[in-house]
Write a protein that binds this ligand. Structure first.
Ligand SMILES: [Zn+2]
Length: 188
C-alpha cells in the first residue's frame, strides 16, 4: 500500500518546485491560519507561458511586453501557482513568508503575508476558472489544512478591498466551499 509522500519543511511533495528569492521569515509565533486566493496571468488574459514563474523569480524581461514595464523591479512571490490545466507549482516554503498580499487586513490582523499562504490561479479577474484548477485547489487546501491551523480562506479582493480585485467575480466560491470540508465560517 502506497502512502503519500510527506511535506518537507513546508514544501508540497507533488508541486513543481521553483525557488523564489522573494520571501523572508514569518514573525515568531505567527499563526498560519489564512489561505489567500489570487489570480494572475502575464500578459493579463494570456495563458500557458512562463512569465508568472519569471516574475516570481525576478527573471521577467520587462521590455518583452508593454504591460511588463509597470512590473520592472517588482519583487513578489506566492507560495503556490495553479495553471489552467491544474499543474501545481511552489515558489516559497509555507513555513516562510511569501510576498503576495501587500497592504492588507483580515480577521482583525494586518500584514496578511505574516500568517497566510498565498495561492495564485492562472486566470484573469472577471473570467472563469477551469475544472482542473478547482480540483487542484481543493486538494491543495485540504493538504495545507492538514499541516497548518487554517481557519479562513479569502480572496485578495477581501483582504485588500478597493486596492485588489482578484480572483474576481468569475471565481466560484460556493463551488470551492462545496468541495472542502472546512466549516462554512472559514469563507468570506
Ligand atoms: Zn492577488
Amino acid at each position: 500500500m502506497a502512502f503519500p509522500t510527506p511535506w518537507q519543511q513546508g514544501w508540497h511533495p507533488d508541486a513543481t518546485r521553483l525557488d523564489s528569492p522573494n520571501f523572508g521569515p514569518r514573525p515568531a509565533q505567527a499563526c498560519i491560519d489564512l489561505i489567500v486566493i489570487h489570480s494572475i496571468s502575464l500578459p493579463p488574459g494570456q495563458y500557458g507561458g512562463n512569465e508568472v514563474q519569471a516574475l516570481f523569480t525576478n527573471q521577467l524581461d520587462a521590455s518583452a511586453h508593454p504591460y511588463f514595464e509597470q512590473l520592472r523591479g517588482l519583487q513578489v512571490s506566492a507560495h503556490f501557482y495553479i495553471r489552467r490545466d491544474g499543474q501545481l507549482w511552489q515558489f516559497v516554503s509555507c513555513d516562510d513568508r511569501a510576498w503576495h498580499a501587500g497592504a492588507s487586513h483580515y480577521r482583525g490582523r494586518s500584514n496578511c503575508n505574516d500568517d497566510s499562504i498565498g495561492i495564485e490561479l492562472e486566470g484573469l479577474e472577471g473570467e472563469c476558472f477551469e475544472e482542473a484548477q478547482y480540483m487542484q485547489l481543493a486538494s491543495l487546501c485540504k493538504a495545507i489544512r492538514a499541516h497548518y491551523p487554517i481557519a479562513h480562506v479569502a480572496g485578495h479582493e477581501h483582504i485588500a478591498p478597493g486596492r485588489k480585485q482578484d480572483p474576481g467575480p468569475g471565481f466560484d466560491w460556493p463551488r470551492l466551499v462545496a468541495t472542502l470540508d472546512f466549516p462554512h465560517q472559514c469563507f468570506p
